[in-house]
Design a protein around this ligand. Structure first.
Ligand code: CA
Length: 454
């Protein structure tokens, strides 16, 4: 009975999913507004059939729509679909949908795939927590689950070339007076941009400025700007700094627009970066499909980390349906090669570029709760969202609702993967300036910081 009904359901869903996917592709071809979404289904591209799946692990549904942004963080999602890793675990009809920007991804997950949006996908942190709490969705709470980290590193701080020779490197203590005096000298504040407020790239540049004695709220102008506009501003001399990720740094350097002051790999080696998160209602209805997706992501992450696969990785993600950029732009970061400047030696170390499955500390893929806590601690540090997350009890309760490391663990065990962490904490984290974040005592971290809003 169970077998028959689940078979029929899967068959129906596969058929229905394929039809829906075709219409999405058609809309994509005519530039469907508002988000310039390009969706790619795996029906036409995946070669590996779903086979040899333990019936007790067979997914309840074979289709899902996952959003992604065309930056290196999304590679495991694209690769899992294109290399057949989703299909291998029974998710034969995954649609990956390119999002125009982070605000579009947020809006699309609020409406869900049933209304033309997405079920989940790639997120900066702590977007899943903020969406769950209604803090960036006009109060509408859409519970989400964080399921895996997608990558570490691959981000950095780019500086306009007009600031060459001013000491803007990893430690900017010696450049602090130059930055703070910019208004008196130039008639405008030093201006810096990120891509979305109150998440990773905002946190990275805030940490960097603050560690050097520059208050990001008062000494400079720091705001969210679309990347092409930021890069154009750096070219014309109206934008000074950009907290950004690959492939932008390579473009900025090779086009002589500016230089890389630092990589996030130098600020916090093997730091948490972007994550896979899906709507809680979808996961709750489809726990086996969720684990099948996770197995596909994990296998893709292992594949992505294999140096011998990097050329094929670049070939796939640079393609017209995905990042739509020349392959040469991605070759350098995927080899860990970064041209620095202003007296800094070039970086040539594959472990300083994006990594997906393991790093020198432990698991990249595992969604450590200790890292969620750092993101929410930083949220408290800057008093984002009018102090809605004001204490560690509140932060920990939100994390316990949103973080589903248990599903990651079960999926890895079912798939027989090694490298499953023993603990939900990666332990004490150390930043480039010597500051330590102990997840057992986040108060000490906050107390140790000189520049903060609490
Ligand atoms: Ca990023």
């Amino acid at each position: 009975m169970t077998n028959f009904s689940s078979y029929s359901r899967r068959k129906f869903l596969f058929t229905a999913g394929a039809g829906a996917a075709s219409s999405i592709l058609l809309k994509g071809c005519v530039g469907n507004p508002p988000s310039a979404t390009t969706s790619t289904t795996n029906a036409a591209t995946q070669q590996t059939p779903a086979a040899n799946i333990d019936p007790s692990q067979a997914p309840e549904i074979t289709s899902i729509t996952l959003g992604y942004i065309p930056i290196v963080e999304s590679a495991p999602i694209v690769i899992a679909q294109q290399k057949g890793f989703f299909a291998k675990y029974g998710m034969t009809d995954v649609t990956v949908s390119k999002q125009a920007n982070w605000a579009s991804a947020r809006d699309n997950v609020v409406i869900g795939s049933g209304a033309g949006g997405i079920d989940g996908g790639q997120w900066q942190m702590p977007m899943p927590h903020l969406i769950s709490e209604g803090l960036i969705t006009n109060g509408q709470k859409v519970p989400m689950y964080v399921l895996a980290q997608l990558n570490t590193q691959g981000n950095g701080i780019a500086i306009s070339g007009i600031h060459t020779g001013k000491g803007l490197g990893l430690d900017i203590s010696n450049a602090a007076e130059y930055i703070k005096g910019f208004q008196a000298a130039q008639g405008r504040k030093f201006k810096a941009a990120h891509t979305f407020p109150n998440v990773n790239q905002d946190f990275w540049i805030r940490y960097w400025f603050s560690a050097g004695g520059v208050d990001p709220d008062t000494d400079i102008d720091l705001l969210a700007v679309p990347p092409p506009e930021t890069v154009q501003g750096m070219r014309t001399g109206t934008m000074d700094a950009f907290s950004t990720g690959d492939p932008w740094p390579y473009r900025i350097v090779t086009d002589d627009i500016g230089f890389m002051a630092t990589l996030t790999a130098e600020m916090w080696p093997f730091h948490p970066e972007e994550y896979l998160a899906i709507r809680a209602d979808w996961v709750d209805a489809n726990p086996k499909a969720t684990k099948a997706l996770l197995k596909g992501i994990m296998e893709a992450q292992q594949w992505c980390d294999e140096p011998a696969n990097r050329a094929e990785l670049v070939q796939i993600v640079s393609g017209r349906n995905f990042f739509d950029i020349p392959q040469e732009i991605l070759n350098a970061p995927y080899a860990g090669k970064y041209e620095m400047a202003d007296g800094k030696a070039a970086v040539d170390d594959i472990k300083k570029g994006p990594l997906y499955w393991t790093d020198d500390i432990g698991s990249v893929s595992y969604p450590y709760k200790s890292h969620d806590l750092w993101f929410l601690t930083e949220t408290m540090r800057w008093n984002f969202h009018s102090g809605a997350i004001a204490d560690f009890d509140t932060a920990r309760q939100i994390i316990d609702r949103v973080n589903r490391e248990d599903l990651w663990r079960e999926a890895a065990q079912e798939a027989g993967f090694s490298g499953i962490p023993d603990s939900t904490s990666r332990g004490v984290e150390t930043f480039f300036d010597g500051t330590k974040f102990d997840p057992e005592n986040p108060e000490a971290y906050l107390n140790s910081l000189q520049i903060k809003r609490i």
